[in-house]
Design a protein around this ligand. Structure first.
Ligand code: SF4
Length: 325
């Protein structure tokens, strides 16, 4: 690991005074420290933000609010989250290991880097790690890579399960900058790779995530998160589905759907939602609604199975959720 300066801060203002190019904020450290050891990330200055007052889970008439420094395990165990937003608790519990969930923060989870092996291997070309160097995955081993939102520069999937659930629920992320604060819809927070895969979101170098809000809704309480992966623990998604349904008897009044493991960002599936709305919650409806879920997909040499896997994952998630009623 390369040498770096270390500073502990106690306020958002203090943290932002140190922010900028070459600085990394340290929360749980479960991504940052890994990548620093590999010298994939080499900040000159690490600013420890763990003492900032960015904790707490509150629920009011507008919805659920989670501080950026809340730990994944605490949010997953929160009774309000489990009752009113089960999809969030399930997505968190299916992420990483229990030890990592005890350390990792909610803000850090949203900013975690891709699991593309080439990104972590300094001996290979990777446009995300070193802009302009090329993409080893496009002609290399690309079984886990994305099929939606890819470009000729990068096909890395977004790694966060939580972000998929939050995009389905219409969550917003709160950002603090040196002069201002702003709130961004999480779906618009992430950017597709295009020709600049090293830019993954709209967060500016002098900004910090302070928290997230998830609106109250008539569908969030009836929701689930299904993750399909090569092994049942400590593995990233080959495909995942975040599904919420507001029902009127046996008819779907409102569906909210997003997918993970297939896109370069959490992938909201509005066409599937529209195909479900107003229909009876039956196997035939589910099969018909997901038929076009992978439209626009660009499979690579080793992941041509993903469009079909995505459709099957969606149908299974919808079926599991329907059987819970
Ligand atoms: Fe790098 Fe993206 Fe290519 Fe992976 S897919 S090697 S992260 S540019």
């Amino acid at each position: 690991m390369r040498p770096y300066a270390y500073t502990q801060v106690r306020s958002v203002r203090q943290a932002l005074m140190h922010a900028g190019t070459g600085t990394a904020f340290l929360a749980g450290g479960t991504t940052l420290v890994d990548l620093m050891k590999l010298e994939v990330m080499t900040p000159d200055h690490v600013v420890d933000i763990n003492r900032l007052p960015l904790r707490g889970v509150t629920f009011d008439r507008n919805g659920l609010h989670i501080g950026a420094l809340e730990r994944m395990s605490d949010v997953a165990a929160n009774r309000t989250v489990r009752q009113h937003y089960p999809m969030i608790a399930e997505a968190l519990e299916l992420s990483a290991s229990a030890q990592l969930r005890n350390m990792a923060s909610i803000g850090g989870n949203l900013l975690q880097r891709t699991r593309c092996g080439y990104f972590r291997d300094l001996s290979t070309a990777c446009n995300k790690r070193e802009p302009g160097s090329g993409c080893s995955a496009l002609t290399g081993v690309n079984r886990i890579h994305a099929i939606l939102g890819t470009s000729d520069a990068c096909a890395a999937t977004h790694a966060s399960d939580l972000a998929v659930a939050l995009v389905a629920l219409g969550a917003e992320v709160h950002l603090a900058g040196a002069r201002d604060t702003r709130t961004v819809l999480l779906d618009e927070f992430y950017t597709p790779p295009g020709t600049t895969p090293h830019i993954e979101n709209v967060l500016q170098p002098r900004e910090l995530i302070t928290g997230i809000s998830i609106p109250r809704s008539t569908w969030a309480a009836h929701s689930t998160y299904l993750k399909i992966r090569d092994r049942q623990s400590y593995e990233f998604a080959l495909a995942s589905a975040a599904v919420a349904l507001e029902m009127d008897g046996r008819t779907i009044r409102n569906a909210r759907i997003a997918a993970g493991g297939v896109g370069t960002k959490p992938w909201r599936l509005t066409t599937v939602e529209q195909a479900l709305n107003g229909r009876p919650a039956t196997a035939d409806t589910f099969e018909a609604a997901v038929a076009n879920a992978a439209d626009g997909a660009r499979p690579l040499t080793h992941n041509a199975f993903k469009p079909a896997l995505l459709r099957r994952t969606l149908v299974r998630a919808l079926t599991v959720l329907q059987e819970r009623r």
